[in-house]
Design a protein around this ligand. Structure first.
Ligand SMILES: NC(=O)c1ccc[n+]([C@@H]2O[C@H](COP(=O)([O-])OP(=O)(O)OC[C@H]3O[C@@H](n4cnc5c(N)ncnc54)[C@H](OP(=O)(O)O)[C@@H]3O)[C@@H](O)[C@H]2O)c1
Length: 378
């Protein structure tokens, strides 16, 4: 197993495309053995032709089509859950980048951790749904989880060289999303308005999660698991400029932050090369040109997702599974024009209220509950 031999899951998405760009900039430092996509088979084929992985993993639906198109190429085509498992557990692969969106990213995270791999994790839903299980599993197998989310990358960088026991509090920053300044009800906002994130260009699901601030709630739960801290010791602060990516406060009152222009290439590269740094040619931060950085408290009435996520983080068990899965289902319903924007979080809250929490769930409990919720809301 070599750390430089990698599988990039979700290579056709926003994080996946940026991960491929980073490996290109790091010229020859990484051997890409697997890439995976789901519906965007045309881009997957283009990526296979350009980056020449040994394997591509596709959905069962596109398998025959892709295999026929690539029959003269040297790349091998595999599919579905078994294909993803192979890409995560291949003996030569040392690093798995999980950039699959949503709850379907959980199993690949588990597959990779079972075999002691380094997992560069963009799929935050894995930690939201099964954080306690995942942390225990990685301890048992010696696997490591390096976050790709810019906020958690900032936290990791701010913790460098510090005793973990010196950490007093995490200050998690949030851009505030497209509706930060919008007054009145958000009930009738359009899909286009909700997708129009002011600072980051991302996939559709995380863009909607950023608009409801559920994304920030997910990041709070991620931080709880990654840095072993109680939810009460994490403060969410709105920082519209998205320059300070998060801050760590220590027991002597010192606060250490990581700053940078908003570009996912940086946290992706840091995760890949961690704990080392490599050169990265991107525009540099010019503080005097920026002039000022602003911070304020989130409006928790307007964005109830934050309190729901805090409740799930406190109560643990299967409640975060309900939070994550019902949210995901509702986001796709909103994107399909079937529900209003405010119904997303309202429905999550209703389902959480009706849920009987199972403490210390097994991974089977978690997957079964998620499957049941998908069936219930089909
Ligand atoms: N984008 C960001 O800046 C950002 C920042 C921090 C964290 N994240 C996290 O990173 C993850 C990916 O986000 P993204 O913005 O890159 O999403 P995205 O652009 O929508 O890409 C998602 C990727 O997952 C694949 N996929 C979708 N459904 C799948 C399934 N059922 N099985 C296997 N693969 C599937 C997609 O394939 P096809 O496109 O081929 O269908 C695509 O490659 C999310 O968990 C997100 O929260 C993203």
């Amino acid at each position: 197993m070599t750390e430089n031999c990698i599988s990039i899951l979700g290579s056709t998405g926003s994080i996946g495309v940026n991960t491929l760009k980073v490996t290109e900039k790091l010229k020859g430092q990484f051997k890409i053995k697997y890439i995976s996509g789901y519906n965007n088979y045309k881009l997957l084929i283009e990526q296979a032709e350009k980056f020449k992985p040994e394997f591509i993993v596709t959905s069962d639906d596109h398998y025959t089509k892709i295999r026929d198109i690539l029959k003269r190429a040297s790349v091998k085509v595999i599919a579905g859950s078994e294909g993803l498992k192979q890409s995560c557990q291949d003996a030569e692969v040392g690093t798995v980048v999980n950039a699959i969106v949503g709850s379907f990213g959980l199993k690949p995270t588990v597959y990779a951790l079972e075999k002691g791999k380094k997992v560069c994790l963009a799929n935050k839903e894995s930690l939201v749904m099964a954080g306690s299980y995942i942390k225990k599993l990685s301890k048992k197998t010696g696997a490591s989880i390096i976050p790709i989310d810019s906020e958690h990358s900032a936290m990791l960088q701010a913790l460098n060289g510090e005793e973990r026991s010196s950490l007093e509090k995490i200050i998690l920053t949030a851009s505030g999303g497209p509706f930060r300044k919008k007054s009145g009800s958000l009930e009738n906002v359009s899909i286009e308005e909700a997708l129009n994130h002011p600072k980051w260009s991302m996939g559709k699901k995380i863009s909607i999660d950023s608009a409801t601030l559920m994304n920030k709630g997910f990041e709070l739960i991620e931080a709880v698991h990654l840095f072993d801290i109680s939810p009460a010791k994490i403060e969410v602060v709105i920082h519209p400029e998205s320059i300070v990516h998060s801050l760590m406060q220590f027991i002597d009152g010192s606060v250490i932050a990581q700053l940078g222009l908003p570009d996912m290439m940086l946290p992706i590269q840091y995760a890949l090369t961690y704990p080392k740094r490599s050169k990265l040619k991107l525009p540099r931060l010019d503080l005097s040109e920026l002039g000022k950085l602003t911070f304020h408290k989130p409006d928790r009435k307007k964005f109830p997702a934050l309190d729901l996520a805090c409740r799930a983080a406190e109560e643990k068990g299967t409640l975060p599974v309900v939070l994550n899965t019902v949210n995901e289902i509702m986001v796709y319903k909103f994107l399909a024009g079937r529900i209003k924007f405010t119904d997303i979080v309202n429905n999550v809250g209703k389902e959480m209220d009706a849920h009987t929490n199972i403490k210390n769930p097994t991974i089977e409990n978690i997957c079964e509950l998620s499957d049941e919720l998908w069936k219930k809301f089909k």
